[in-house]
Design a protein around this ligand. Structure first.
Ligand SMILES: NC(=O)c1ccc[n+]([C@@H]2O[C@H](COP(=O)([O-])OP(=O)(O)OC[C@H]3O[C@@H](n4cnc5c(N)ncnc54)[C@H](O)[C@@H]3O)[C@@H](O)[C@H]2O)c1
Length: 256
């Protein structure tokens, strides 16, 4: 098993991608620390897990003290952190820039940018001391392309790619790798919300339009994203750092 007795910390762990990646690491023998906003949702999601050991942690990733605490609790419980899946994120409201609100922009940045930054800040301190570790930040194809109505989300995911590159450079000499994944639409509750935000009651039509923009004509499954995260975290990716991996059913091949 690729992660026998390794400690894997995952944020947004009660969500579609979070729980899929928790399952994938559990299969590889990992011990898990799972972070999400609400205890109840987290406990429910974790019911389906068969891991060596699982620590459940409730925290808002947009609050620096709470991030410091979830990182410290993981270190106290397991003594180390081998892999960090910096994954929690929100899509925010669907509004063109001329109608965009400061509140929505701040909310989205508070989670998607500050949450990723705080996570890196506290986890990388531990990995630097260990002189080992691997991080995967969840960006998005919205971190590389524009999307009408989603300025806050798109800007926040571009910021994640910037943080990813910088963290990789700062950590290279300590044997710590930092990479990002950039998925197109993934079949989770987030896409259900985006479909509704985009077209209201015609959400099913929105889904068809979004899927048709992908050469493979479908969303990714959460398990497909999890497989990429496991690969990037593993020794099989030992010379990969500062990279972002597009996982998009061929969408990248449709433009320069
Ligand atoms: N679903 C997609 O199409 C898609 C595509 C590209 C990137 N992503 C990214 O993947 C990541 C996971 O998304 P998902 O599809 O699993 O969505 P999801 O909504 O199913 O899961 C997100 C999880 O993050 C948690 N979360 C939100 N805000 C939080 C906070 N402040 N503190 C702690 N936890 C918080 C939620 O409770 C939820 O469990 C996000 O960063 C998202 O932007 C998703």
């Amino acid at each position: 098993m690729l992660f026998n007795n390794k400690v894997v910390l995952i944020t947004g762990a009660a969500g579609g991608i979070g729980i899929a990646v928790a399952k994938a690491f559990a299969k590889e023998g990992a011990k898990l620390a799972l972070v999400d906003l609400k205890r109840e949702t987290l406990e429910k999601a974790a019911e389906s897990l068969e891991a060596e050991d699982t620590l459940l942690l409730t925290a808002n990733v947009g609050n620096e003290n709470e991030v410091k605490e979830y990182v410290q609790k993981t270190k106290d419980h397991y003594g180390r952190i081998d892999v960090f899946i910096n994954n929690a994120g929100i899509n925010g409201e669907f509004k063109n820039i001329t109608e965009q609100t400061e509140e929505n922009f701040k909310n989205v940045f508070g989670v998607n940018v500050m949450g990723v930054f705080y996570g890196l800040k506290y986890v990388l301190k531990i990995m630097k001391e260990q002189k080992s570790g691997s991080v995967v930040n969840t960006a998005s194809n919205g971190g590389l392309l524009g999307a009408p109505g989603m300025s806050a989300y798109v800007a926040s995911k571009h910021a994640v790619i910037g943080l990813n590159k910088t963290a990789a450079l700062e950590m290279a000499e300590y044997g710590v790798r930092v990479n990002a994944v950039a998925p197109s639409g993934v079949n989770t509750e987030m896409m259900r919300r985006i479909e509704k935000n985009a077209m209201g009651e015609r959400a099913e039509e929105a889904r068809k339009t979004f899927e048709a923009s992908v050469p493979m004509n479908r969303y990714a499954t959460a398990e497909e994203i999890a497989d990429l995260m496991v690969f990037l975290s593993s020794g099989k990716a030992s010379f990969i750092s500062g990279a972002y991996y597009r996982i998009d059913g061929g969408q990248a091949a449709t433009s320069v």
